[in-house]
Design a protein around this ligand. Structure first.
Ligand code: ADP
Ligand code: MG
Length: 226
């Protein structure tokens, strides 16, 4: 089978519930979703509808409660936490709303993390190249506290793409940024994804941004409604 054309994400009837004293809270109620290699898809929907939970399942951060999920050929329902972590490190980049950089590390060290964890000796040189590409070549040795929000998010974008993942997940990456700064971050992500053929799943509240993606999924109450 030629895996290069297989979907990077294939979800079928995916469910997620959290236990609570009053009974299980159902967060995802049967999600079907397929994303092709290189596709850029937007996910929108009201607050609390399950968008971040969906990203957590696909990124292997949460185990699913039911259904079937294959991400980059890995069967998530059959994977333990360790193998989900390995999949994420090897092949998935994630950008969060709140940047999630390591405060004690420089921009270059933060951007290099996926390569450093993989034992690549040229990690920092490749991170420096990626920071150049996102327009931060002059900020290599700054720590996150010395960077603006938009700069921190560009470091997070560099980190997400530095290891050449086949899939990048972004959960409201411009949610903490003003419009113009957010636009720079998004342009950077689109350019990196298109030039490397990386699939991108982008959670956003911004209809203009969603319209620029290949496709938009709307989620309500843990279901894809369109
Ligand atoms: P969105 O990103 O669309 O705003 P989330 O995926 O963050 O939505 O949350 C969906 C629902 O799941 C919300 O009702 C939220 O309260 C609930 N939820 C999220 N995480 C947990 C958790 N760890 N335990 C219990 N409920 C949770
Ligand atoms: Mg969310």
């Amino acid at each position: 089978m030629d895996l290069s054309h297989a979907p990077v994400i294939q979800l079928s009837n995916v469910r997620l519930s959290y236990p609570s004293p009053e009974g299980d809270i159902d967060v995802l109620n049967g999600i079907d979703l397929s994303v092709a290699p290189g596709e850029i898809a937007a996910v929108t929907g009201p607050s609390g509808s399950g968008k971040s939970s969906l990203i957590a399942i696909i990124g292997g951060l949460e185990p699913l409660s039911g259904g079937a999920a294959h991400v980059l050929g890995t069967d998530l329902a059959a994977s333990d936490e360790r193998s989900r972590t390995l999949l994420r490190r090897r092949d998935i980049g994630i950008v969060f709303q709140a940047y999630h950089l390591v405060p004690s590390l420089t921009a270059r060290q933060n951007a290099a993390l996926p390569l450093t964890l993989a034992g690549q000796t040229d990690a920092e040189a490749r991170a420096a190249e990626m920071l150049e590409r996102v327009g931060l070549g002059h900020r290599l040795t700054h720590r996150p506290s010395a960077l603006s929000g938009g700069e921190q998010q560009r470091v997070a974008v560099a980190r997400a793409f530095v290891a050449g993942p086949r899939l990048v997940l972004a959960d409201e990456p411009t949610g903490n940024l003003d419009r113009r700064t957010g636009a720079v971050v998004i342009e950077t992500m689109f350019e990196l994804a298109r030039s490397s053929g990386t699939a991108l799943l982008l959670v956003t509240h911004d209809p203009e941004l969603a319209a620029r993606c290949d496709r938009t999924l709307v989620i309500e109450d843990g279901r894809v409604v369109s």
